[in-house]
Design a protein around this ligand. Structure first.
Ligand SMILES: Nc1ncnc2c1ncn2[C@@H]1O[C@H](COP(=O)(O)OP(=O)(O)OP(=O)(O)O)[C@@H](O)[C@H]1O
Ligand SMILES: [Mg+2]
Length: 218
């Protein structure tokens, strides 16, 4: 994984949130698919011992848009550092486990090499209590970070409340990813929502991808 001119151009997006089950892996795989469908060379990195992203990647049908995949052990700092050396992709999407505070050094290394950190969150009060201090921590670094709401229930008071609270604490992706059965069904067969015809949630995922692409200026 030697450094080349390509490695200087490539962008690293880390999806991280202290809360379990907050849509991190869902965001990672759907962004990876959209980037690949746009013709970018995409790598995904799985930092989570549960290997949810790796299992999804292993199910991808061979004819689908290609994604290069790496598994990294978060406790092995040499492996973490090697992510910065990945030079075979235009964009690298890194999925992380919950309880990021248990791996402070590795997470700090990963954040420092990132071009953007996405803080995935659901709309509930417990979720917000967890991600807001995490965003406060990220804002002490000079790495751009943004909240991305997922698993949302549209037209609910709690979603509007969540948006108002989050926007006070950091950047908020203007598009959220609603809770749709199609999204989990696509994941079960190794696909992103954009790969299913007329699926619910495809336009929302695409909106989030356009936000990420704009923030990365690619
Ligand atoms: N927009 C959505 N629509 C439908 N189901 C969703 C959506 N977002 C997440 N889910 C489901 O919610 C669960 C948790 O989502 P996900 O695995 O993405 O969260 P996570 O933050 O990666 O979890 P963990 O902390 O365990 O790694 C999964 O079963 C996933 O399929
Ligand atoms: Mg996950």
């Amino acid at each position: 994984m030697g450094k080349t001119s390509a490695s200087r151009k490539r962008k690293i997006v880390t999806i991280a949130s202290p809360k379990g089950g907050s849509g991190k892996t869902t965001a990672t795989r759907n962004l990876a698919v959209l980037a690949a469908l746009e013709g970018l060379t995409v790598a995904t990195v799985d930092f989570d011992r549960q290997r949810t992203l790796t299992k999804w990647w292993g199910k991808r049908p061979p004819e689908c848009a290609p994604i290069i995949h790496y598994e990294v052990t978060l406790t092995d700092l040499e492996e973490v550092a090697a992510v910065a050396e990945i030079d075979d992709a235009d964009i690298i999407l890194v999925d992380t486990p919950p309880s990021v505070e248990d791996h402070a050094e590795a997470m700090r290394m990963l954040i420092d090499m990132s071009d953007l950190v996405l803080v995935a969150t659901f709309q509930g009060g417990d979720d917000l209590d967890s991600v807001i201090p995490w965003m406060q921590y990220l804002r002490q670094t000079d790495i751009p970070a943004a909240f991305v709401l997922g698993g949302t229930k549209r037209r609910t008071i709690s979603l509007e409340d969540a948006k108002r609270k989050l926007i006070q604490k950091g950047e908020l992706c203007p598009i959220d990813l609603p809770h749709y059965e199609d999204i989990s069904q696509a994941a079960n067969v190794g696909l992103g929502i954009a790969e299913i015809k007329n699926a619910k949630g495809a336009e929302d995922a695409e909106g989030i991808w356009h936000f990420v692409r704009g923030r990365l200026a690619i």
